[in-house]
Design a protein. Structure first.
Length: 551
């Protein structure tokens, strides 16, 4: 409807003032109506007339069945109030299908096998899920994928310690590691391997050799040797651990892209463009980013091994081969911003359409309130499970609630309500509060509405002759599709969080001042409660948060 109104106003402006102008309706404070526009101020600069006079002319000429009244405010703003019928139509509007037919690959979380999942992986999983849900709601065919390093120096470090613990290349020794301790066993091996790599020269040389052996077993397809058996078994431990954690938080990925699968195509692609895109430098292959205001990065090192950069080149080529995407969305930490800028600039030189189709979103560090930045290399990271456990304890201490869905709602909403980009300070006690802007509060708001609806069945029909409080609630419900469009277009789920909190507050004011059950206006008000509960549930679902019927 908003687009229809914008077109109608633009047509009036064209007819009256002979100028084409883009009309953008905004949502003013409720007292001023449903929509506002500064089109008269824009036109005044073009036609040299007083904006209030222009606004008056537009008001007199504008006729639309959805408009109840049009008022002029300030220097020439137009405020538009809609009819009850129009408000009903807005409240019934579904999300736009603006991305119908598009194929989008959403890549996020991206943990490395042989390492533990940290809070950043939890954050990108939650945000990535919400963005993927929004894109799907807009009609896109979304493929959720995950990229991680199953080859590289960190694997060599981990394998070095694993072989020491096993007393050599003895795969049978792995059977002694309990299933529920495997992930931590591997993570501690990585930390120990990192320390000896930095402190012991002999160990460093052996780790480099093991790193090459891992690449070699991939290139040779070795699954039979003792070393290969140890590698493949422990790599699978990592993927089993990832699957278990993702299932717990409600994330599901269509495909894991291991670096071993993208390394070769990355090598081939980079080598194919040596001379025109990439340059030889001291035995390595680099991309000179300085020519584009960036910095130089190595894509193939002196030993002929592909770096992360080359593997990322291979990744985008693989994603295009597998899905022929129209768009690729990649979510990483802020520390990857400059790195990805160089990689995408390099790709732009030989496959500009792939670079243009890629959107890179970055986020800050996740810290517990009062915490400090931690490092997986030192073993003092804030693990993903630490965040969930902290929320679980806070939830239990506050209300005795042991419900996992409430805990997950607390964590997810605390992450999602903030704009993507900055650091995230997670406060467990604040996140589980049943008052204020929290996930459990919105779950409770939904359950409260459903409890009202259990007392009487709502009746279908248009909401007309609305009283002030009823109109206010219906107006807020009608903003839903516009908020979803904005969150989707900007890839920013926090817009939806802000809206849902405001919606719940609007309902609270309505319910405090208006009896629903056993009131002469029960039929109208039950329909409003039903519309409200449905939109709240739909919004929470897009955020990956459950909407319980009872709490």
């Amino acid at each position: 409807m908003r687009q229809d109104l914008e077109a109608a106003i633009a047509a009036v402006c064209k007819e009256l003032f002979k100028h084409d102008i883009a009309v953008a309706l905004t949502r003013p404070d409720e007292q001023f109506g449903e929509y506002a526009t500064n089109v008269a101020l824009q036109l005044s600069k073009q036609v040299g007339q007083n904006p209030r006079q222009i606004a008056q002319a537009i008001t007199e000429a504008l006729v639309h069945p959805a408009i109840l009244s049009t008022d002029i405010a300030g220097p020439g703003f137009l405020n538009i109030r809609l009819t009850d019928t129009a408000l009903n139509a807005l409240a019934a509007e579904a999300t736009s299908r603006s991305l119908e037919g598009q194929t989008i690959v959403a890549e996020y979380s991206d943990p490395n096998p042989f390492k533990v999942l940290h809070a950043g992986h939890l954050y990108t999983s939650v945000v990535g899920d919400a963005i993927a849900n929004l894109l799907e709601a807009a009609g896109a065919n979304v493929h959720r994928v995950n990229f991680g390093g199953d080859v590289g120096l960190h694997v060599g470090k981990t394998m070095y310690v694993i072989l020491q613990r096993l007393g050599g290349e003895e795969p049978a020794g792995l059977e002694a590691v309990p299933v529920d301790e495997r992930a931590e066993w591997l993570a501690s091996a990585y930390v120990e391997g990192t320390n000896v790599y930095e402190d012991q020269k002999g160990a460093k040389e052996e780790i480099i050799r093991l790193n090459k052996r891992v690449y070699q077993l991939h290139s040779e397809g070795d699954h039979e040797s003792a070393f290969a058996h140890i590698y493949w078994t422990t790599r699978q431990w990592s993927y089993d651990y990832f699957d278990s954690f993702y299932a717990r938080i409600g994330s599901k990925f269509e495909k894991y892209y291991p670096e071993s699968e993208t390394a070769e195509i990355g090598l081939q692609t980079v080598r194919a463009h040596i001379g025109d895109v990439f340059t030889e430098s001291d035995g390595a292959i680099v991309f000179k980013g300085e020519d584009f205001g960036l910095h130089t990065r190595v894509f193939i090192n002196r030993e002929g091994i592909p770096t992360y950069e080359s593997k990322d080149v291979g990744l985008i080529m693989k994603k295009k081969q597998d899905y022929d995407f129209d768009r690729s969305v990649v979510i990483t930490g802020n520390e990857q911003e400059q790195y990805m800028a160089v990689v995408l600039k390099a790709i732009e030189q030989f496959a500009p359409e792939l670079a243009r189709a890629t959107t890179h979103l970055t986020h800050g560090i996740v810290k517990l309130a009062g915490g400090v930045k931690m490092s997986s290399r030192k073993g003092n990271i804030l693990r993903a499970i630490d965040v969930i456990d902290a929320a679980h304890r806070a939830n239990r201490d506050l209300s005795g609630n042991e419900n996992e869905q409430t805990t997950l709602a607390a964590v997810k909403y605390a992450f999602l309500k903030n704009r993507i980009g900055g650091d995230i300070i997670y406060d467990p006690a604040e996140s589980v509060a049943l008052e204020g802007n929290s996930g459990p509060y919105l779950q409770y708001a939904h359950a409260r509405a459903r409890s009202i609806l259990r007392k009487a069945e709502p009746v279908n029909g248009e909401l007309v002759d609305l009283e002030e409080g009823e109109r206010s609630l219906l107006r807020k419900i009608g903003e839903f599709s516009e908020v979803i469009d904005r969150a989707t277009n900007e890839l920013m789920p926090h817009h939806l969080c802000t809206y849902l909190y405001e919606l719940a507050q609007t309902f609270n004011r309505f319910y405090e001042q208006n009896r629903v059950i056993d009131d002469p206006r029960q039929t109208i008000r039950l329909k409003l409660v039903s519309l409200y509960a449905d939109r709240l549930k739909q919004g929470l679902s897009l955020l990956g948060i459950s909407a319980p019927e009872q709490m």
